[in-house]
Ligand binder design. Structure first.
Ligand code: RUB
Length: 308
């Protein structure tokens, strides 16, 4: 259990971050926990596995990749401990393998949308979005990237390091320079923490500003998202919870004394409506956001309830 608790803590504190990475880390933690779980009582096994799943799911509320990973990796239909254990080990291993392959496929599919000489803008640090940019670069296309700083956690610094290590022409901009810079951009590519059944994109705070600026400037806006980033429960009316993080990420606590009474709001994600999204690139194909239900039904196995 200690190892699983350590992973949960790393996700909570963002030592492990990004919707894809937290999904794979959760699947791995669950797999290792189940492998070591010592009990011959099926009831005890079920209770402990379900507890472990909720510990992982409760670490961060917005990325649906987390509950989806736990659901896909941790599913079993068994009556004995050994049967359930073996099914979870297989499912978790398959989830982790598929997650890796998905990034390669997203890279291949998305790179077809970039032309030699294109300029891309990206936000935060998304492995899926970077897979597209890096694949296009590997194909010999000359791609230039504007990466936003992404305050307050500055994940943009991870992005610019990754892009410059790959030899890609990269420029860092502050978040407030998005609209000013958009005139130089051909395509915006961002990741996804959740995509709802109506095709809305939940991603790092500020994503919707990129989308609005892109829309106004007639610039393409693409989200790169593995199919496990689609949110099945939004089909039944659930809303995606937007994580509110510690004000200390915005302003250090020793400075707060200078501004008594001032409140700090630190939402970590925002919502971009589907009308601002041209394309969602998944490992299963690239399609408009209006097709979100198809993914929820065919890849995640949830569908509308039949009446009567
Ligand atoms: C990360 C973020 C990323 C998505 C997709 O937020 O918003 O765009 O998670 O990332 P945080 P990926 O840093 O708060 O986790 O494509 O790597 O899954």
């Amino acid at each position: 259990m200690q190892q699983l608790l350590d992973t949960a803590e790393k996700i909570r504190t963002m030592e492990i971050r990004g919707a894809g990475r937290i999904a794979a880390a959760a699947a791995r933690a669950l797999r290792d926990y189940v492998e070591m779980l010592e009990t011959s009582s099926f009831e005890e096994f079920v209770a402990k596995v379900e507890k472990a799943k909720s510990i992982l799911i409760e670490t961060r509320p917005t990325a649906v990749s987390l509950p989806n990973a736990v659901m896909l990796a941790g599913s079993y239909d068994a009556e004995t401990v050994e049967e359930a254990r073996s099914q979870i080990l297989d499912n978790a291993t398959e989830f982790i393998r598929n997650a890796d392959t998905a990034l390669d496929n997203i890279g291949e599919i998305g790179a077809k949308r970039l032309r030699d000489g294109d300029t891309v803008m990206t936000h935060c640090n998304s492995h899926a979005a970077l897979a597209i940019i890096k694949t296009a670069h590997k194909q010999g296309k000359r791609i230039k990237v504007y990466a936003t700083e992404s305050r307050p956690r500055r994940q943009g610094f991870i992005t610019i390091k990754e892009l410059s290590d790959a030899g890609i022409d990269t420029t860092l901009i502050v978040d407030s320079a998005v609209r000013y810079t958009m005139k130089n951009v051909d395509t915006v590519i961002v990741g996804a923490d959740s995509i709802t059944v109506n095709g809305a994109l939940v991603n790092k705070i500020g994503t919707s500003q990129l989308a609005l600026a892109a829309h106004e400037a007639r610039v393409n806006f693409i989200s790169a998202a593995e199919t496990y980033k689609f949110s099945p429960s939004t089909l039944f009316g659930d809303l995606v919870e937007i994580e509110e993080r510690d004000p200390e990420e915005v302003i250090p606590s020793d400075k707060l004394g200078d501004i008594p009474g001032v409140k700090i709001s630190n939402p970590a994600f925002d919502v971009t409506p589907s009308e601002y999204i041209d394309l969602i690139v998944t490992e299963a194909g690239a399609f408009p956001p209006q097709m979100a239900y198809v993914i929820i039904k065919e890849h995640l196995g949830w569908e509308l309830k039949k009446m009567g």
